[in-house]
Structures are given as C-alpha cells and as structure tokens.
Design a protein around this ligand. Structure first.
Ligand code: SAM
Length: 298
C-alpha cells in the first residue's frame, strides 16, 4: 500500500476505529470442551456467522444454543462473498468467521476475506483456540524452536515425492496435514525420500477418543501403521525432524556429492556406486543410492 508521497503507508487499526469487526474464531478439532468461553461469547454476540460448511457448523451452534444467520464461505465462493460481508461490516454489524474445525485460514478458507477486510480499513480480530498443527507439535517431542508448516502435500505420489525432495535439507521440523486415505502413501514417500531412519511423529485423532501418537524412524512408523487395522483411520498431523548436520551437509555440498556419484556412475552399477560413495563420504548408502537414481533419471 503506497501513500501519496509514494512511501509505503502503514495501516493501524485499533479497537473503536472500525464499525463492524470481523472475528476469526477458532473452534474445536474434536473435543467440544475445547471451545473457549470467549469464542462462545463472540459467536453469541455477532450479527452473522460466515462458515465453511453451514450444515456442519449449524450442528456446533445448535449444541451451543446459538441461532444466527449463517453465510457459506468456502474456497469456491470466497471472492463473491467478500462484498456482502464488507457491506455488513460497514453497516456496523460484527461478523464471525469459523471453519469446520480449528483455526480458520490454517489450511482453511478465509485468506481473501481477511485481506480484503483489512484493506478496507476494517478491524479483524482473532479469537484464538484449537489448531491441529500447534496441538500436535506441542506434544510430539520434536524441536519446536523452528518449524515449517507445509499444509497438505500434493495428492499424487510423483508430486508428493518432488515436494518432499525440495524439503530434504530443511533443518526446521516439518509439519504436514494428511487425510486418512493418503497417510500410508505419504509416510512411504517420507521414508523413501527423506530417509528410512528419519524421526517422524504422527498425531492421529488429536483431542478425540482414539487420540494416538506414533513416533520413531519413518520406516518403523510406516510398518506399525500398516499393521494396525485402525492405523489409517482418522485425521493426521505428520511431523518430521529437520535434516541433521550430515544430511544438511550433504545437500550443502550437493554439488560435490553429485560430482562424485557422477564419476562413479560412469564406471559402475548403482549399487556399487552407493557402496563406494558411502565408504568415501560416510553418508548413508541408501540415501546415496536414492540420489544416484535421481541423477540417473535426470
Ligand atoms: N484449520 C484446521 C486447524 O486449525 O488445524 C485444519 C483444517 S485442515 C482442512 C484439516 C486437517 O487438519 C486434517 O486433514 C488433519 O490433517 C488436520 N486435523 C484436523 N483435526 C485433527 C485432529 N483432531 N487430529 C489430527 N489432525 C487433525
């Protein structure tokens, strides 16, 4: 945003400076008792509630004894709904945005709305609460000083593997959301691309009756999950320990390792290449084999 002088203008919106307020309200990710008293108060007080799925949210509101006009706001109609919500805010009505579960905008709709409401100089105020990624990370026992939330990985294996390959040298803890029917495929690819020994933690059905945390090396967690008849049921947060110094070093010096692999590949079959390169660099034979395969496939 630029001022008349061409300088960047800073927008400051404080309480009392906007007629209607857009509240971004977090709702439970499984356990209804996690809804905060403040969230209940705001949902009771606003004029209108914008919800990702009005039928789904209607049940939550019914449970709370709250009856309000609901506006559907989802990925496919968000742009169209913005004007309508802006008009309500300009007229002085407070509006709440909720999603099916957790915090709106976190892998959920609302970005366009929040951006436009703020651009119009109106107040947007968060009512914080449940969020699967924060809940999962808080109990995983993985480093939390730096983490990278990636959202959902691509659905198809080729895209998923490519996305993971880009994250191979990332030192921060990685956090993904995953659906039950793709969890086994995702963990398989994590073990293949990031390494069978890479420490991972899966948080399943967090705050619900069957809340389960799986932790260990990626290949071991995969085997445990595959052997559990209920293993791939429910919702998952997937967390992966960031690359350690050896992995990061391998990637930082990727050119050298690639150069070495290239030289050996010109003379030897891949298995021997991986074995020799592992002896020379001290890096994992499997990972070097994987890397050599990638180089071979271009
Ligand atoms: N906005 C939500 C939040 O704040 O966490 C996330 C919405 S996203 C569409 C849904 C994904 O969040 C699920 O596929 C799953 O990966 C994760 N998720 C939601 N609830 C969960 C729970 N109770 N346990 C584990 N993962 C959950």
């Amino acid at each position: 945003m630029k001022s008349e002088t061409g300088q960047s203008a800073v927008q400051v919106v404080k309480p009392g400076e906007s007629r209607g307020v857009l509240y971004i309200v977090a709702t439970p990710i499984g356990n209804l008792d996690d809804l905060s008293p403040r969230a209940v108060k705001v949902l009771s007080d606003v004029a209108v509630i914008a919800a990702e799925d009005t039928r789904h949210s209607g049940r939550l509101l019914q449970h709370l004894g709250i009856s309000k006009p609901l506006i559907a706001l989802h990925d496919h109609n968000e742009r169209g709904r913005v004007q309508n919500i802006l008009e309500q805010l300009r007229a002085g009505a407070d509006v709440a945005l909720i999603s099916d579960a957790g915090t709106p905008l976190i892998s959920d709709p609302g970005y366009v709305l929040v951006r436009e409401v703020r651009a119009a100089g109106m107040r947007v105020s968060p009512i914080p609460g449940p969020c699967a990624l924060v809940a999962a990370l808080s109990a995983a026992g993985l480093p939390t000083d730096r983490f990278l939330f990636v959202g959902f990985l691509p659905a198809k294996p080729a895209g998923r593997r490519a996305a993971l390959a880009e994250l191979r040298k990332e030192a921060a803890t990685l956090v993904f959301y995953e659906s039950p029917h793709r969890i086994l495929g995702a963990v398989t690819d994590i073990a293949d691309v990031l390494g069978a020994q890479r420490e991972i933690v899966l948080g399943r059905e967090i705050t619900k009756t069957f809340e389960t945390f799986y932790s260990g090396g990626a290949a071991d967690v995969l085997a445990t999950l595959a052997a559990d008849p209920h293993g791939s049921r429910g919702e998952f947060v997937v967390m992966v320990r960031g690359a350690d110094k050896t992995e990061a070093g391998m990637m930082a010096g990727a050119l050298d390792v690639d150069h070495l692999l290239g030289l050996l590949m010109a003379e030897l079959p891949l298995k021997k290449v991986a074995k020799l390169a592992s002896g020379l660099t001290g890096l994992s034979k499997n990972e070097l084999y994987q890397r050599a395969l990638e180089l071979k496939e271009g």
